[in-house]
Design a protein around this ligand. Structure first.
Ligand code: ATP
Length: 809
């Protein structure tokens, strides 16, 4: 198959990772791959110049004749050196001029190092010509001329609409080209069908049928960095800030920034304030916050925010309202294009990589009868949805807004969007009129952090505490885990007290690893003494173990017959069943930052392999996903172990790889090793082995990331998920409490299901009874069995060509 990949519409972080994954994933499947420069405009313009002859690959030493099948790969490995990226002009690729050439065949090394670059290195454009039938006819001809039969389009809803139109029109375009004798009959027969797959690259996250678009999370990072910076100055001067963020038709960035940044009020297009005067509503809300002692005010306005009559709500006007009505010293900050720019965050390297490979797979499986797919993601599951449906549904959101059908607009957004909005309302408003519940239903909810600190623990606590206060419950912080409980180290949380916790790293409550088995009787008596109605434990494997102990302890201690919930939070992501723990995203971002810097230093002077050691205990999640996010050459995990045979092949791979590199340019490579991957082959041993074996080809150094992986400031994704998952835990607790309260007090008996862990499994979030999870827990190694990410090691290695190259030389 001959595949072309293009990026279109507004650029977004992660588009380069898409191109890298499609190029390498395609080559691995035996395809030839082209990049189309400047989006659809490049398709329309095509190639007016013949390509310069490819440089002949230098003779490869000792290539065994039976490896014919791999020669394509080897050839491609030698093809190109990423000049497109490095010269920054976009006019050269692999040292060859691109003048007059928009559809360019690329090879393996052309996309090396593209991970860490923002924007799109192959260029993007908004093409007027492609909107016309003549333009699309030219595009079809240019593809057929190159023999290309499959297209991957990465862009926003407009670009995918264009793709959908192009696909639908294709047979007519081919017929027209044939009737006008522009193409031959053979060409027409060979191109009866164009295979298209869409990937959503857009910072707005405005595409329906996918939870996240490529680049949206990086944009959210930029916004949250700005809010965090503004927060300190706003508090210092007791100021109000109105922030305008991108999002013409979609309020996702404004909403998630509101949740993650702890804003006071937000304006989004899908859900305008439901009152005649939003000015009154906003002022009342902010006035209340000020009355309880808040010194800073943050209001976030989406670029396309509207009132219920469809009048635009603009940041400057919001500022005037705050200044005039509340007398606040108010400033406006428009973030503009800074939101687009910058290095992609870990998520925007992993998502496009997996989706890019999936796009190639979808093309391989496509037949004239299968629909063109858009590759999406739902919670943690990569999905394929018909492109036409996604495009139609996206359009219907805009139509619903235009028709003032805001409920419908909201219903067309994904569940995360809706839940985040409900969550934002629940935790950001401090309202006299909030729904309070009868005395009998009120709870004293204990909240505890366990194990090592992880990003998002504080945000989860803030959300739980505010939810409690909103509904008339009492949130009680237990400091320093079960040890703190035994010392009565507890206090009630207040609305203002937790205000700035979203952005705080570490653990505001203090945490330790002591399990309740230290003295279960004493723990139960403390539950009774403090009249806890429920317990929320936020932590890692210790919290999971504690939950099991407490659940079993119910046989002996009536005080433990209360809802008991564990919200997984650990950078190791080693809690069984769940695919996601709070803190793991923050940690991956810390790893990506460190590795980008290390790789740069490794490439600066000479060929160098850096062996980077990560935390994670006996769980290789951070190592594997970190390797995927940084384009590491090799990864060692406790699950796979390390043996002499593996090391021998790895040394062979590195030698071959360095032999194939362009001479005269230093190249740094990363090897990521989990701290517990092997007791014998330590990071130091591996580094020395590589150094010795590398000889004149490459040198080696080691670096241990240690506690830096706990990350300083939590990532926006950890903050927003913390709020969302925490609120789901609280609803669960409330339901379970109600069931218990319906029983006679003396014989109150909590069912096993009321001791649960909140889990993310593929596309669903479930509170799973802890007893049901035991079978899937490897208690000795403190990790889950068969986690979803284990197979990603193969992908890491496939995308650097390790399986092929390790057998050469
Ligand atoms: P962003 O979300 O960043 O705005 P987008 O993909 O939605 O990205 P658009 O400008 O809407 O950006 O579309 C990009 C390109 O896709 C257009 O310049 C045009 O070439 C093509 N395109 C969009 N809509 C259509 C259409 N209806 N028919 C043909 N081509 C289209």
């Amino acid at each position: 198959m001959k595949i072309a990949v293009l990026t279109s519409g507004g650029d977004s972080a992660g588009m380069n990772a898409v191109v890298r994954a499609v190029v390498r994933g395609g080559i691995l499947k035996g395809c030839q791959v082209w990049v189309v420069r400047e989006g659809y405009e490049g398709l329309v313009r095509g190639n007016t110049e013949a390509p310069e002859p490819e440089p002949a690959p230098p003779a490869f030493p000792d290539l065994p004749p039976e490896t014919d099948g791999d020669i394509n790969l080897i050839h491609n490995l030698r093809f190109g050196d990423g000049q497109l990226l490095r010269d920054g002009t976009g006019d050269y690729i692999s040292g060859r001029t691109l003048k007059g050439r928009y559809i360019v065949r690329v090879g393996w090394d052309d996309v090396r190092g593209w991970f860490s670059e923002g924007g799109t290195l192959i260029g993007s454009a908004r093409s007027k010509a492609f909107r016309t039938p003549e333009g699309r006819l030219a595009a079809a001809y240019n593809l057929i001329k190159e023999g290309i039969d499959a297209l991957v389009v990465c862009g926003g809803d407009g670009s995918l609409t264009g793709a959908d139109i192009f696909r639908a029109e294709w047979p007519n375009l081919v017929a027209k080209l044939l009737s006008e004798s522009i193409i031959t009959k053979e060409q027409a027969t060979a191109h009866t069908h164009l295979k298209i797959v869409g990937l959503v690259g857009s910072i707005d996250n405005d595409m329906s049928m996918t939870d996240l678009t490529i680049g949206a999370v990086t944009a959210l990072h930029r916004i949250c960095e700005a809010i965090d910076n503004i927060n300190s100055t706003a508090a210092s001067h007791s100021r109000a800030f109105v922030l305008e963020v991108m999002g013409r038709h979609c309020g996702w960035l404004a909403l998630l920034a509101g949740v993650s940044g702890g804003a006071d009020f937000i304006f989004i297009p899908e859900r305008p304030p439901d009152t005649e005067s939003w000015e009154d509503e906003m002022c009342e809300c902010i006035q209340r916050h000020r009355e309880v002692g808040k010194r800073k005010t943050i209001v976030i306005v989406a670029e396309g925010a509207l009132d219920k009559f469809l009048n635009p709500i603009k940041a400057d006007y919001v500022k005037d309202v705050l200044t005039e009505r509340l007398g606040l010293d108010t400033r406006v900050t428009t973030l503009g294009h800074t939101q687009r720019g910058g290095r992609p965050c870990a998520f925007d390297r992993i998502l496009p990589t997996i989706q890019g490979v999936e796009a190639v797979q979808a093309l391989m499986e496509a037949t004239p009868d299968t629909p063109s797919y858009m590759i999406g993601i739902q919670e943690n599951k990569i999905t394929r949805v018909p492109l036409v449906d996604a495009v139609a549904m996206t359009r219907s959101v805009a139509d619903a807004i235009e028709a003032k059908e805001f409920d419908k607009a909201m219903s067309l957004r994904d569940p995360e969007f809706r839940e985040s909005l409900e969550g934002f309302m629940a935790i950001s408003t401090l309202d006299h009129k909030t729904k309070t519940i009868p005395e009998t239903k009120r709870m004293r909810v204990a909240i505890m952090h366990m194990g090592a600190p992880a990003g998002g623990m504080n945000a989860a606590t803030r959300a739980a505490a505010r939810w409690c206060l909103r509904y008339g419950h009492v949130p009680i912080a237990i400091h320093n885990g079960f040890r703190g409980l035994l010392d009565d180290h507890i206090h009630e949380l207040s609305w203002l007290g937790v205000d700035s916790w979203t952005a705080r790293g570490g653990s505001e409550l203090g945490t330790n690893r002591t399990l309740p088995s230290i003295d279960l009787g004493a723990v139960a008596s403390k539950f009774q003494q403090h009249s806890f109605s429920a317990l929320l434990m936020i932590g890692g494997f210790e919290a999971f173990s504690s939950l099991l102990i407490l659940e079993e302890g119910r046989k002996h201690y009536p005080a433990l017959h209360i809802p008991l919930v564990h919200l997984p939070a650990t950078i190791s992501n080693n809690v069984p069943v769940t695919e996601y723990s709070l803190g793991s995203d923050t940690s991956l971002n810390a790893l990506v930052d460190a590795c980008d810097a290390i790789k740069q230093s490794a490439s600066a002077s000479r060929n160098r392999v850096f062996v980077v050691e990560t935390q994670g205990g006996k769980c290789g999640y951070i190592a594997i996903m970190g390797a995927l996010a940084t384009g590491a050459s090799l990864v060692y995990t406790p699950e796979h172990g390390i043996g002499l045979d593996t090391l021998r092949r790895d040394v062979r791979f590195l030698k071959t790889r360095y032999t194939l590199d362009e001479k005269g340019r230093a190249e740094g490579r990363l090897v990521i090793r989990n701290e517990a991957a092997s007791e014998v082959y330590t990071t130091d041993v591996i580094m020395k082995m590589f150094k010795e074996e590398g000889g004149s080809l490459f040198d080696s150094r080691a670096a241990s990331l240690g506690h830096t992986l706990q990350g300083g400031i939590p990532s926006p994704m950890d903050r927003s998920r913390a709020a969302r998952l925490s609120l789901k835990c609280m609803s669960f607790i409330e339901r379970q409490h109600e069931i218990l309260m319906n029983q006679p007090p003396k014989t109150r008996h909590a069912l096993p299901g009321s001791a649960a862990v909140i889990t993310v499994q593929a596309s669903s979030i479930q509170l799973m009874p802890v007893q049901d999870m035991v079978g899937q827990a490897d208690m000795k190694n403190r990790r889950g069995r068969n986690p979803w990410w284990l197979g990603m090691k193969d992908l890491v290695e496939a995308l650097v060509g390790r399986p092929q190259l390790a057998t050469k030389l």
